[in-house]
Design a protein around this ligand. Structure first.
Ligand SMILES: Nc1ncnc2c1ncn2[C@@H]1O[C@H](COP(=O)(O)OP(=O)(O)O)[C@@H](O)[C@H]1O
Ligand SMILES: [Mg+2]
Length: 376
């Protein structure tokens, strides 16, 4: 073990993230003793059967409660293996880690119901038992209890990591859902919200019609043409016109919604132009959300798996010609690590007695210490 790790023992955190894409678990080991430094990153895709189960639990109106309970345990077992592999790779012992920030797998996000809730599966006790590491989990619930959306939770981390007095920036996370964080150069305020779909319609189409799990680099979408009447139908979704604070998920944007529109227009769903149109919907909706807020903006920083979709990136840049578009890598974090590092940071906020949410972003009554601590 490198000697500096022993000295910074209490500043080592693991962040565990898996978003709406259901692409699997991202685990990062981060040293917060100075500017955050990623010491290890491990990505473990979900097995097909687990992915199918989670997709059902996320989208079916009625679910089997036994399946739900068991999926939570199965997820924690998966995550525990991921943590142990990550530590093995980095040659760090579990006892050197202050805590795991465990997001869990969202299967419902319903902040607008009369009894609002957001449900993340993954039993933290199992993770603690299997890793021996203190775990902070259930981050969204406190913010919702305080009247917030429970999402997005990453903007305060984006501010910590990416804000500067030199220029105004937006961090755009392209996960299953897309969310933005605006970081004005005068640091006068922090705002952010979910803009709508990022990859989940693209992935859904690829899995159903192209026998691949996603559109690598956007190579398939690049070959087709946008279908204007379909794009207009999709753009008419009321979510895009709602004022923030707002957050969304698979309940609102799922392939079935797009397929209904495709059918109404008499289009063939397997037509490759559909994928080009779905990709354009993401590019347009992100750019429209940014333009609609009239934010001064110099640089747009991309993160999340969608940052690797070169075609999507080009389309976003085409909608925002005055803006410099770059990757989070320029600022020291790879795009697929940013969200997991954010949850490591959120766990640290909780353990050090600091708030994790930002009321301006989520709409909560005030700043809150987030999460529940499951001690080792
Ligand atoms: N090389 C790539 N080209 C295009 N898309 C990619 C690439 N790598 C990842 N992605 C997209 O990113 C998604 C995963 O992004 P991620 O940020 O992990 O989302 P989530 O937070 O919802 O899990 C994949 O499902 C895929 O759509
Ligand atoms: Mg992911």
């Amino acid at each position: 073990m490198p000697s500096d790790l022993r000295l910074t023992k209490s500043e080592l955190y693991i962040g565990l993230m898996s978003g709406t894409s259901l692409d699997g678990a991202d685990a990062v080991l981060v040293d917060f003793s100075s500017a955050p430094r990623v010491l290890g990153h491990y990505h473990a895709p979900y097995e097909d059967s687990l992915k199918r189960l989670l997709l059902n639990l996320s989208s079916e109106r009625q679910v089997d409660i036994l399946e739900l309970g068991q999926a939570g345990i199965r997820l924690s077992q998966h995550y525990a293996t991921v943590c142990l592999r990550l530590l093995e790779q980095a040659e760090v012992s579990p006892s050197s880690v202050a805590a795991i920030g465990y997001h869990g797998q969202t299967v419902r996000h319903c902040p607008e119901l009369e009894q609002p809730f957001s449900l993340q599966l993954g039993e933290p006790s199992t993770l603690v038992e299997l890793t021996g590491i203190t775990t902070v989990a259930q981050f969204r619930q406190r913010d919702i209890a305080a009247g917030g959306q429970g999402a997005p939770l990453v903007p305060p981390f984006h501010q910590f990591m990416f804000s500067t007095s030199q220029e105004s920036r937006i961090v755009l996370n392209l996960g299953g859902i897309a969310n933005i964080t605006w970081l004005p150069r005068d640091r006068s305020s922090l705002s952010g919200f979910d803009t709508g779909p990022a990859n989940l319609l693209i992935d859904g189409w690829c899995q159903r019609f192209a026998h691949c799990s996603f559109d690598r680099n956007g190579d398939l979408a690049r070959q087709g043409k946008v279908i204007p009447p379909l794009l207009e139908e999709l753009q008419a979704h009321p979510y895009f016109k709602m004022a923030p604070p707002k957050s969304t998920g698979r309940e609102t944007f799922h392939l079935g919604w797009a397929l209904d529109k495709i059918q109404e227009l008499g289009l063939a769903p397997e037509e490759p132009d559909i994928l080009t149109t779905l990709t354009e919907l993401t590019a347009w909706s992100v750019a429209d959300a940014i333009k609609g807020q009239h934010y001064p903006l110099d640089t747009l920083i991309l993160c999340g798996g969608g940052a690797y979709n070169q075609y999507l990136r080009e389309r976003i840049a085409a909608h925002l010609p005055q803006v410099r578009v770059c990757s989070s890598e320029e600022f020291g974090l790879l795009p697929d690590q940013v969200e997991a590092v954010a949850f490591a940071w959120l766990a640290r906020q909780t353990l050090t007695g600091q708030p994790g949410n930002h009321p301006q972003v989520t709409g909560a009554k005030g700043p809150r210490r987030l999460g529940a601590i499951y001690p080792a």
